[in-house]
Ligand binder design. Structure first.
Ligand code: TRP
Ligand code: SF4
Length: 417
């Protein structure tokens, strides 16, 4: 099968990337014809203001891919912006894509939701808003009673999120008026609420992504995929709407002009559960990641700083590995019998978290060491390895340009040659 997948160059890769994407690619390239590319144009969609690290980020991605064993003899590895045909096809697709397909795209809406919500939360909490005034609304009051260790502001956030969710996903677009009324009903300070909602409605929030490029992100992605007539696309769950849109664009093109594009399938990558140091999803922006390039000492320090079972405060408390992020790591990096032993000893308070983490750090370093070694080897001779991507880009270009000729012909466009 022909497979296409891309990654935005966001800097060095972390373990979340390895177990969420790279490991899967390594398997796929043995069985399929794979095209893997660095989506540098896509990186611009929300990071267009500051591009000074872009070339360095691309290099780091090249080093990481190759150090992990992605094999240029098996797969075509290239850089998106080196194959201009992606942009040409994207432009042509933009002519046949109804705007509503993009505006209703769940990833677009969700991103916007998060931006707005974060703004609202930071504004209200930042103004040290007196969270509850008298008398607090009933459901809120009850929730506070059940609080059980959670802080008031946590509960406030949960409520705020729910209220905002309702206002944001209302039928008629964002319901600012309803939002304001609900917040006031919750007994929040009138002046502050009015200012917050007004800023949301008229201010700069979301401006950074309020660009044509961001809205058209999935159209470019459809072009990335279809220009090679890919049949399958390995992606995480968050990308499913984009693949669905790709299929719709393919269908529309085929029915308008000529049957050129296959409708590619999404190949869902099962997400290995590998949380970040603080137990949340591993992400550069949360500052909770372990990088493939982290040196041994850094790995040791990071592992020691990891969150554990929150109920286990003293060494004499019995622990529960089922709710401990450290144990999630043991599931991947530690052999079965040692892990079973840790499981038992943790539950009986026979092993301390520090010792448990030391075992993990050792195993994790054993996993990372060959990657680090390979990274150094590549870094020493970067030009040579960079060349692999240049060759890959030429190869991809050759194929893309042949398919573009067919597209131009089908649409009765001007064709040089
Ligand atoms: N949108 C993808 C992501 O953020 C990256 C991407 C761009 C991609 N073009 C693609 C993935 C084509 C698969 C196929 O992860
Ligand atoms: Fe987690 Fe290990 Fe501590 Fe148990 S002993 S709580 S598994 S870190």
């Amino acid at each position: 099968m022909k497979i296409v997948s891309g990654m935005r160059p966001t800097g060095r890769l972390h373990l979340g990337h390895y177990f969420g994407v790279i490991k899967n690619w390594l398997k796929l390239e043995d069985q399929h014809q794979c095209y893997f590319f660095i989506a540098d144009w896509h990186a611009l969609t929300n990071k267009y203001k500051d591009t000074k690290n872009l070339q360095e980020d691309i290099k780091q991605m090249i080093i990481d891919w190759l150090a992990c064993g992605i094999n240029p003899e098996k797969s075509t590895l290239f850089i998106q912006s080196g194959v201009k045909e992606h942009a040409e096809l994207s432009l042509l697709f933009s002519m046949i894509t109804p705007k509503s397909w993009l505006e209703l795209n769940p990833s677009y809406k969700d991103l916007k939701f998060n931006l707005y919500y974060q703004y609202l939360r930071d504004f209200l909490l930042g103004k040290q808003i007196k969270i509850i005034q008298t008398p607090p609304p009933k459901p809120f009051k009850e929730a506070l009673k059940e609080a059980d260790g959670k802080s008031k502001s946590k509960i406030f956030e949960e409520y705020l999120r729910e209220i905002f969710h309702r206002a944001f996903y209302s039928q008629k677009g964002i319901d600012f008026k309803g939002l304001k009324e609900t917040l006031l009903k919750f007994g929040l300070n009138k002046k502050i609420v009015e200012e917050a909602v007004k800023n949301l409605e008229e201010g700069d929030v979301g401006k950074d992504i309020d660009t044509l490029g961001f809205l058209a992100y999935p159209v470019l992605q459809a072009a990335d995929i279809l220009i090679y007539k890919a049949e399958a696309v390995p992606v995480g769950e968050d990308q499913l709407p984009h693949i669905e849109l790709t299929r719709e664009i393919a269908r529309r093109f085929n029915s308008l002009y000529e049957q050129i594009f296959p409708e590619p399938e999404a190949m869902l990558t099962e997400e290995a559960k590998l949380p970040g140091l603080d137990g949340r999803k591993m992400s550069k922006s949360y500052n909770n990641a372990i990088y493939l390039s982290d040196e041994e000492q850094i790995v040791n320090e990071k592992v020691l700083s990891m969150k554990t079972d929150p109920q286990r405060i003293r060494k004499t408390d019995k622990g529960n590995p089922d709710v401990c992020p450290v144990f999630d790591y043991h599931k991947i990096f530690t052999d079965d019998s040692t892990r079973a032993d840790i499981d038992k000893k943790c539950r009986n308070a026979e092993i301390g978290c520090v010792d448990c983490k030391k075992i993990l750090a050792k195993n994790l370093n054993r996993f990372l060491e060959p990657i680090r070694e390979k990274r150094k080897e590549i870094e020493k001779d970067l030009d040579k390895y960079y060349q692999i991507f240049i060759e890959g880009t030429k190869k991809a270009h050759l194929e893309a340009s042949q398919n573009m000729k067919k597209v131009r012909k089908a649409m009765n466009l001007f064709n040089i040659e």
